[in-house]
Design a protein around this ligand. Structure first.
Ligand code: PLP
Length: 396
């Protein structure tokens, strides 16, 4: 007998599994090259060579006792110091090892942060569309998720509604830029306005509101887009980072959380997040991967490959009469469904072997997400199928 809290997740899981199974079913019938599966955010470029080199070097040269042993729940101090120095070089900050906690990816970073700051019933604000797992993470700690409706013109956060929905119970707001599922990068102007609202509301309620910046796509930007480093704009910022996308290591589960000294109750908060790493059952981030990251700290990700896909898909689809905001980051494109019921559009797409994720999976119906972390051949092969789909809806 499972808990009441888990029942809705078990029920929902079948929808995700069905999409996965549908991809396998279509591939078995038509062959993998005839199925255009844009459903998964799994990186399509391999991890850079330095990752493999670092693994081999570490396994051959380090003592297995230190390489595979327990360490501080925050992670190896020298690894954290190396990452802190890399951040300082890039963003002009002054972090040191004590500001970082190594985590089991961004998912775990968000969980341990929320565990450290939330009391039951406290609110966490998110901007639709958003990564739906945020809801589960907040509910894990008996928090309440507060959704802000989307600005479908720009997909920048709807700040007027945001201001009106902050209450004395608001403990945090989560932002994600570059953004899943829209590919939008929040502008510096947006961040400044958001920070000003947070400061005003903290003063009004005499409360502390943390800005949690979920940044697994930080380096995946195009057309020279700049991703503001948020701790410089708002003191109560907590940054959650992951190497899942930037180094194509999602299965290795490695990332970190940064808590600046300026954040309210910083020292106690760092301790609380570190303890949460232990009590959530992660104990520490994977030791081998921590050391790999230290060796690859400034490794670049293959943005070019994603950019080529992005341009081909964006130009191809808009040329066929579809509409979407041009993505500037991550590897997603958020297409407006030609009909209000985007689930029906996804179903119709399947008839042409196109797999897309309905926007309602991101709290934004009427749109669909295409993850273009696929091969270039898949993108090009999909365009004639999208053309037939466009013709079905009488686009253009
Ligand atoms: N946050 C966002 C916005 C994501 O898209 C994802 C994964 O797709 C995550 C967090 C979780 O990433 P990780 O694999 O580092 O846990």
């Amino acid at each position: 007998m499972i808990s009441e809290k888990m029942k809705p997740y078990v029920k929902n899981n079948s929808a995700i599994r069905m999409m996965f199974e549908e991809g396998n079913r279509l591939r078995a019938i038509y062959g993998p090259d005839k199925v255009f599966d844009f459903s998964l955010g799994n990186p399509s470029v391999p991890a850079p060579d330095c990752v493999k080199e670092a693994i081999l070097e570490l396994v051959q040269e380090e003592s297995p006792l230190t390489l595979h042993g327990y360490m501080s729940n925050a992670g190896f101090e020298d690894v954290r110091q190396t990452i802190a120095e890399s951040l300082n070089r890039r963003f002009g900050t002054a972090f040191s090892a004590h500001n970082l906690i190594m985590t089991v990816g961004a998912a775990s970073g968000l969980n341990i942060t929320l565990k450290a700051i939330l009391n039951p019933g406290e609110e966490v604000v998110v901007f639709a569309p958003y990564f739906l797992e945020y809801g589960a993470y907040v509910r894990n700690y008996d928090g309440v998720l507060v959704e802000i409706s989307p600005d479908t013109e720009t997909f920048q956060p709807n700040l007027a509604e945001f201001e009106s929905k902050i209450t004395a119970k608001t403990r945090a707001v989560i932002v994600n830029t570059p953004h899943n599922p829209t590919g939008v990068v929040y502008s510096e102007e947006t961040i400044r306005s958001l920070a000003a609202i947070l400061r005003k509301k903290q003063a009004e309620f005499g409360s502390v509101i943390y800005l949690i910046s979920d940044e697994p796509y930080r380096e995946l930007v195009f057309d020279g887009a700049k991703v503001p480093w948020l701790t410089g704009f708002y003191e109560n910022t907590i940054v959650g980072y992951s190497y899942s996308k930037s180094l194509s290591l999602p299965g290795e589960r490695i990332g970190y959380v940064v808590i600046p000294d300026e954040a309210d109750g910083s020292s106690e908060l760092i301790t609380a997040v570190t303890i949460a790493n232990r009590t959530c059952g992660c104990v520490n981030a994977p030791s081998l991967m921590q050391k790999v990251i230290a060796k690859c700290v400034d490794a670049a990700c293959d943005v070019e490959t994603y950019d080529r896909n992005r341009r081909a898909l964006y130009e191809g689809l808009t040329g066929l009469g579809y509409t979407c905001v041009k993505p500037q980051g991550a590897f997603y494109l958020f297409l407006k469904s030609p009909v209000p019921d985007e689930k029906a559009f996804c179903e119709e797409g399947k008839k042409y072997n196109i797999l897309m994720v309905p926007g309602s999976s991101f709290a934004c119906p009427g749109y669909v997400r295409l993850a273009y972390c696929v091969s270039y051949e898949t993108i090009m092969g999909s365009l004639p199928a999208f053309e037939k789909l466009a013709a079905h809806y009488g686009l253009k």
